[in-house]
Design a protein around this ligand. Structure first.
Ligand SMILES: C[S@@+](CC[C@H](N)C(=O)[O-])C[C@H]1O[C@@H](n2cnc3c(N)ncnc32)[C@H](O)[C@@H]1O
Length: 319
């Protein structure tokens, strides 16, 4: 039996209160390694700390995935110690034992900043029909056209729907300036996008996604085509219930066993949740996130796998 390691995970500044989504992101990203959320561990007095258990043989593979994390910016490994502390090694006491903390992962600030929407370039068709390469494109003030999801939120939404094997077809049906698309591509997904605004088409295609101009309520894709969906619909009330009315279509194009993550305004979540429940989607996560004073909610659903069909004709049972 291999040893179980307890990872001490630190949620990023600005998302310290979002420990539940952070923990689920980590468990989903490490899905192939049977990582499990743990209820306690060292450093519980620090804000934004949570724990994930992982079997020792999986550590090296898991470490390769840590730079993809959105809501976790550092990870420590506590190891029991009896001797004197090494220089530069932090020590903690937990359940009457001393531990040395070994830093397994720390996000590189410059890497993270270089991926931010204000540093990224995007091909956009402007009002006179000219296609321009714009740095820091964030949309405009028209209803529904504020774009440019932050790096940590885009990574979170992609990681939350990571299928077994970590790959497959993923779509963002409200793709905007491609925040989610960039991270899905970087994570190795076969990435699709759609958005109702045709001005975004060159940019989303240029990023490398298979793009369609389409309304999320009527997607031009076959039933059960996608392994995963990650999205952020428009938040403003002027868009009405675009998010709610898209849920049936998202459920149609998702494979059984596939997952959908959605970051929406909390007022939208109140409408979207009952609609999804009626469609038989299973809620795995529903958690508030404060995005600079904007009340948001992150939701993850799973589409249940259908019961297996009988392989013999019913008539044989009747005879
Ligand atoms: C909040 S933005 C998405 C931002 C994106 N996550 C990003 O990182 O840039 C919402 C997008 O939904 C699009 N949209 C609005 N209504 C839509 C609909 N009914 N179907 C598809 N896209 C829609 C808008 O054009 C906008 O680009």
């Amino acid at each position: 039996m291999s040893a179980m390691l307890k990872l001490i995970c630190h949620a990023r500044p600005g998302r310290k209160r979002a420990r539940e989504p952070a923990r689920m992101e980590m468990v989903c990203l490490l899905r192939d390694f049977d990582a499990a959320a743990a209820s306690g561990g060292p450093l519980s007095e620090e804000s934004g700390v949570f724990w994930v258990d992982l079997r020792e043989p999986a550590l090296a593979e898991a470490q390769r995935l840590f730079p993809r994390l959105g809501y976790t910016s550092a990870i420590d490994l506590p190891l029991v110690t009896r001797g004197a502390a090494l220089r530069h090694t932090r020590r903690v006491r937990w359940r009457k034992r001393n531990y040395e903390l070994h830093r397994l992962y720390e996000e590189r600030e410059d890497d993270y900043r270089s991926q931010a929407p204000d540093r990224s370039e995007f091909l956009f068709v402007d009002a006179d029909g000219t296609t321009r390469l714009i740095r820091g494109y964030r949309g405009n003030d028209r209803p529904g056209s504020r774009r440019g999801l932050s790096v940590c939120d885009a990574r979170l939404l992609v990681n939350l729907v990571s299928p077994p094997g970590g790959q497959g077809r993923l779509i963002d049906p409200f793709a905007g300036a491609g925040g989610i698309v960039r991270h899905a591509l970087a994570a190795g997904f076969e990435t699709y996008s759609s958005d109702v605004d045709p001005a975004l088409s060159p940019g989303l295609t240029h990023l490398g996604s298979e793009h369609r101009v389409a309304d999320a309520r009527e997607l031009p894709f076959p039933t059960e085509f996608f392994d995963a969906i990650a999205t952020e619909p428009p938040y403003d009330h002027a868009q009405g219930s675009a998010a709610t009315r898209s849920v049936a279509e998202l459920a149609r194009v998702l494979k059984p066993g596939g997952r959908t993550s959605m970051l929406c305004a909390t007022w939208q979540a109140r409408e979207v949740l009952p609609a999804a429940e009626e469609l038989g989607l299973r809620i795995l996560l529903c958690s508030p996130i404060d995005r600079k004073g904007l009340a948001c909610t992150v939701i993850v659903w799973e589409k249940p796998v259908r019961p297996p069909r009988t392989t013999y004709p019913q008539i044989d049972l009747i005879r």
